[in-house]
Ligand binder design. Structure first.
Ligand code: PLP
Length: 398
């Protein structure tokens, strides 16, 4: 039946993180004691105040119907207050389109901008969805790669050298999935200088905004001359432990937000009305619990680093945000144990999963096959257990 499929869909790969999570769940359902370090979400539950407000909203029996396509106005106003409070940015609510997660927000922006053959510059390592979405829309992916020695950050010189007349969009995440790197104010300013008068749209994916161990997120939208060219992607998934509620948003210049609304109106209409109420309560109330979560994640990160450092052959940096370590495992390539031979990060992940029941994500999909992504967003007791198992099995590879 494959011949019935569109050429477009054939270009698309299955989301690697969703694929690994599915595999882990399958093995767990077979009774295996899997420790999932491939996870891309906070291990804390959605806070009680959000749960309670959601129940209250259902009881009001008012929110059972279609909402406006870009989201309820009070939610969009609350988001515009949030960015004023947290990011010192001033946007009216009509710049904000509430979508089914940050993922749909990015898709809306891409659909509004990418023509066949347009170049989209993607900072590597990156979240793999950027690559697949650009391919789906017929754009060209152009990569510019950060190096572990510079905390995986793309230098201003690299950026400058990578821009051509065909470059239409630049996309990156900060804090970054998978490397955890966070752009500094200086780097944001220098980036904007390179892009001044270039007509290039910058998409700044800030979904890990609150998982930041060095303070306030600096957005490129804060640079005045970038306002007409900068798009912020954000949402409630990571910071508020609300991945399943599917609430994200884009903040863009009006010429673009109108198009995102049009596209969303034809594809999904608005997002779930009830989830919008949950998101509303999330930002309207005190968000001090985010600090508590951050402290726990920071502790997990520090303990992971101190334990992983004792394992021969693993190389990584000390990231400033998100909840991942991006670990170079190439020391083990060419080594074997029993009937396993490790040639790349994919083999490494299969070995670890099959021998010690730990799931990691291979780095090839993020843009570097020497690496694996290790999430420390799990309870500390499991984290210690997982690292102990890794240390034991890796010492057997010869
Ligand atoms: N952007 C990045 C960098 C991500 O890592 C993810 C999810 O893993 C998303 C966007 C999508 O977030 P959401 O769950 O809100 O769609």
């Amino acid at each position: 039946m494959d011949k019935l499929l569109s050429n477009r869909v054939k270009l698309l790969s299955v989301s690697v993180t969703i694929g690994i999570s599915k595999k882990s769940k399958e093995l767990t359902s077979k009774g295996l004691n899997i420790i999932n370090l491939a996870i891309g979400e906070s291990y804390f539950k959605t806070p009680k105040y959000i749960q309670n407000f959601t129940k209250f909203s259902i009881d009001l029996e008012k929110y059972f119907f279609y909402s406006p396509v870009p989201g309820y106005v009070d939610l969009r106003i609350a988001i515009s207050k949030k960015i004023k409070r947290d990011n010192k940015l001033f946007y009216k609510y009509n710049h904000i389109i509430v979508s089914n997660g940050a993922k749909q927000a990015i898709a809306n922006v891409f659909l509004s901008l990418i023509n066949f053959g347009d170049d989209v510059l993607i900072y590597l390592p990156c979240w793999p969805t950027y690559i697949d979405l650009v391919k789906l829309l017929g754009g060209n992916t152009v990569f510019v790669k950060g190096n572990i020695k510079k905390n995986f950050k793309v230098s201003i010189y690299q950026l400058y050298k990578s821009i051509t007349k065909k470059t239409k969009i630049i996309i990156f995440s900060s804090p970054c999935n998978p490397t955890g790197s966070v752009l500094s104010k200086y780097e944001v300013i220098e980036t904007s200088k390179v892009l001044k008068n270039s007509n290039i749209i910058v998409i700044s994916d800030e979904i890990y905004e609150y998982v930041n161990f060095i303070g306030r997120n600096i957005s490129i939208s804060s640079i005045l001359f970038m306002r007409n060219y900068a798009v912020i992607i954000n949402g409630f998934s990571k910071g508020f432990s609300m991945t399943g509620w599917r609430v994200g948003y884009s903040i863009s210049p009006l010429w673009l937000s109108k198009q995102c609304e049009k596209i969303q109106g034809q594809i999904t209409s608005s997002i779930s009305s009830i989830s919008q109420r949950s998101a509303f309560s999330a930002i309207e109330k005190d968000i001090s619990f985010i600090l508590k979560i951050n402290n726990r994640l920071l502790k997990n990160k520090n303990i992971s680093i101190s334990l992983l450092e004792k394992i021969k052959g693993l190389h990584f940096n000390n990231p400033k945000g998100s909840f991942y370590l991006f670990i170079n495992v190439s020391f083990y390539f060419g080594k074997s144990y029993e009937n396993f031979l490790i040639n790349d990060s994919n083999d490494f992940c299969i070995f670890i999963l099959k021998k010690i029941y730990i799931s990691l994500v291979p780095g090839n999909k993020f843009g570097d096959s020497n690496y694996v992504r290790f999430s420390y967003s799990i309870p500390l007791i499991l984290l210690r257990k997982a690292i102990f198992r890794m240390k034991t099995i890796l010492s057997k590879l010869k």
